[in-house]
Write a protein that binds this ligand. Sequence first.
Ligand code: TMP
Length: 204
Amino acid sequence: MKGKFITFEGIDGAGKSSHVEWLAEWLRARGIVVQVTREPGGTELGEKLRALLLNEPMHLETETLLMFAARREHLARLIEPALARGEWVVCDRFSDATYAYQGGGRGLDRNKFLTLEHWVQERLQPDLTLLFDLPLDIARERIVLANRVLDKFEQERVDFHERVRQAYLERAHGNPSRIQVINADNSIDNIRKKLEKILLVNCL
Ligand code: TMP
């Protein structure tokens, strides 16, 4: 039996990461074995690539290739074996982030994205993607309030993040059965209720 692959997406400051571990615990309480992971990262090599990707300035195509290189490693070492064992994988970001950040934010040629996506994943897509969406000003406010050192992407201008948000919404529009848009400008409790409902309808 193949496990399920669930991804979390959204602009920086959308608050998705705080729900990743909660969802994993919710699934474990139902007897499901869950691997929690993230991109870029998730493997030893992937985490090294993450440090470069989040901090070093680089050419857009170098950035895209490294995102997909980290993803190939992640799929081969963690995601595909876990799914084959019947475990579930909950992943903080996946290829929709490349579509939104490198494609929407930075203007990567769509065909280059599609070529790499097909090469690295073949036909594998998440069973369910939870897209946390909220207005830019609220997301920026959350980042400022967190009061920590900002990475390369968080330091980008507002118009970059607006393009990322629009690309995510466009991707959701094109994949309505896979990508569920969640209003992230909401209380933690309300978001969790919504997540439970989506999981019960779509995956359990
Ligand atoms: P995180 O802070 O949610 O862990 O994500 C790290 C950053 O990496 C975030 O700003 C989005 C960015 N990113 C991309 O630009 N492309 C990608 O393919 C992925 C997975 C992340």
